[in-house]
Design a binder for this molecule. Structure first.
Ligand SMILES: [Zn+2]
Length: 164
């Protein structure tokens, strides 16, 4: 970060008393800017022995396969975020109560924490309805290991999911 979000002046890394880490402090108004991880949610949508994936239609990683998911919003539970992202990206509605947490992981160099949920569909979704916001969706067998085409965070948690 370069500038203070409160006053627009330059910030610099400083050590604050009682804090083990350096923090960005505004050179003008003195505001301390704490930087914390962003929380993302994603879902394994299981349909029989298959998992639903989306092929990303928007940056980053256009064309790569990923689990439906995205950033948590303020005033939203993780389950509600997972349910909302699934609806936004695929049009599939899954109740918050049917979202089960299966993994928590971090991508340290991106300062992201990923919460991954699992849910089940009783029947194959109607794919003609899935094309929303330029994402495409597809079902992939759980034995599918073409993971080089997977988007970053999806690849890591998928490996855990497959092993576990
Ligand atoms: Zn300032």
């Amino acid at each position: 970060m370069n500038y203070c979000s409160a006053c627009g002046a330059a910030v610099s890394l400083q050590r604050i008393s009682g804090d083990e880490r350096e923090r960005y402090v505004c050179d003008d108004c003195g505001k301390t800017h704490y930087q914390n991880p962003l929380v993302l949610v994603a879902s394994y949508v299981c349909v029989g022995t298959q998992i639903l994936w989306i092929r990303r239609g928007i940056a980053p990683a256009v064309g790569k396969w990923a689990m439906p998911g995205g950033f948590m919003e303020n005033n939203e539970t993780p389950e509600a975020a997972a349910s909302r992202e699934l609806m936004e990206e695929t049009g599939i509605q899954v109740s918050v109560d049917d979202m089960t947490l299966v993994s928590v992981s971090s991508i340290l160099n991106m300062a992201q924490t990923h919460l991954v949920f699992r849910c089940h569909l009783d029947q194959t979704p109607e794919f003609w309805r899935l094309k929303k916001r330029s994402n495409a969706a597809g079902l992939v067998s759980t034995t599918f290991r073409g993971m080089s085409s997977l988007f970053l965070g999806s690849s890591r948690s998928c490996d855990k999911f497959m092993v576990g």
